[in-house]
Design a binder for this molecule. Structure first.
Ligand code: HEM
Ligand SMILES: *[C@@H]1O[C@H](CO)[C@@H](O)[C@H](O)[C@H]1NC(C)=O
Length: 319
């Protein structure tokens, strides 16, 4: 506990961009009376999950991003229907939905009908960062769950691996992030891994503006030896410390050793190269920028107040 750095986030609540007109917004004490032990319950369950699966924190962090990217952070990614977001190929590799369902079950016993699935996703992600050695981020709560999901919207809004820096900045600046925060949020790639299916295009048809380190290129070829992967079992780590939330990712991308094209191009673009180098040199600076970026990512375009609902089961809307 002591080793966790607590960053006080000075993002004013007004920036939290709730999309309703009643003035309902996220708050830092939303569950104070309705579910006072919420954060302890989530933390305890996360510790249990991480003890048996070191790759789980990465999965929860990516889950938050992919939830928030489509219709805002509203747990739409969890809905199981003929129009599920999970049917979108860009959600390939998304995991741990069953762990969120289990947390929801535990929380329905502790605080029935109070805690939204969207808030559970946000808390699971922030504990993933903290328990992997990253900053302990205070996140405002009070998100409601969507009553809809749409495969096609997921396809439109989830970024492709070939996105360029312009497209990248458009996404994150659109959530109110500045340049530092936008570069910091991709530091989520300090955790986890990618499958060959997402890397082979880049390995076998390199883009000239995406200058990979030649030895790293060779290592990727060895890891993913055929243009069309013969299995989906091989994964390549995002950096050499894939289960530690640190600034190693920035050191590697600045050397041309980024797993995806956007990782490397971010370290070459004149707008972002200085920030990449600063994060590579100063982990505290990265943690601070990541913390405020995380609050913006997880607060953009949320449902609050009487918009949406608190689902009773995360994979289906209430009847
Ligand atoms: C333009 C933006 C982004 C692109 C193109 C992108 C792309 C990808 C791809 C292709 C994968 C590999 C999936 C697989 O093969 O299994 C991945 C993994 C991952 N991404 Fe991103 N990503 C982006 C932004 C983000 C952001 C903002 C975060 C979180 C803050 C994030 C967190 C992660 C994590 C933690 C993993 C590892 C997942 C695991 O190991 O299960 N990404 N990303
Ligand atoms: C790997 O997963 C992708 C996406 O789900 C699928 O299209 C492909 O057929 C799979 N490949 C193998 C060899 O299973």
């Amino acid at each position: 506990m002591e080793k966790w750095r607590i960053y006080v986030i000075t993002v004013i609540l007004g920036l939290c961009g709730a999309r309703n007109s009643e003035g309902n917004q996220l708050s830092y004490n939303y569950y104070e009376s309705s579910c006072p032990f919420l954060e302890d319950i989530v933390r305890k369950e996360m510790l249990t999950i991480f003890a048996t699966d070191v790759s789980a924190p990465a999965a929860f962090l990516r889950l938050l991003f992919h939830d928030c990217q489509v219709q805002g952070c509203d747990a739409s990614i969890l809905l199981n229907s003929k129009d599920s977001e999970m049917k979108c190929s860009k959600n390939f590799g998304i995991r741990k939905l069953e762990a969120i369902a289990r947390l929801k079950f535990i929380l329905e016993v502790a605080c029935p009908r109070q805690v939204s699935c969207a808030d559970i996703i946000a808390l699971a992600a922030r504990d993933s960062v903290a328990l992997s050695g990253g900053p302990l981020i205070q996140v405002p709560l009070g998100r409601k769950d969507s009553t809809t999901c749409n495969t096609q919207l997921a396809d439109v809004h989830l970024p492709s691996t070939t996105i360029d820096v312009d497209g990248f900045l458009r996404i994150f600046m659109g959530k109110g992030m500045n340049l530092q925060e936008s570069v910091a949020i991709l530091g989520g790639h300090t955790l986890g891994a990618g499958h060959c299916i997402n890397i082979v295009d880049r390995i076998y048809k390199p883009n000239p503006i995406d200058q990979m380190d030649p030895n790293y290129h060779l290592a990727l070829k060895l890891g993913c030896p055929s243009k069309i992967p013969i299995t989906n079992l091989t994964i390549i780590p995002n950096d050499i410390t894939p289960s530690i939330f640190d600034n190693q990712y920035y050191r590697e991308i600045s050397l041309g050793k980024g797993l995806f094209s956007i990782d490397t191009t971010l370290s070459r673009d004149p707008r972002t190269v200085t920030i990449v180098n600063q994060f590579a040199a100063d982990q505290d600076y990265f943690f601070e920028a990541f913390s405020s970026a995380f609050v913006k990512l997880s607060s953009a375009n949320v449902l609050t107040g009487n918009m949406g609902e608190v689902r009773l089961q995360c994979d289906q809307v209430n009847r």
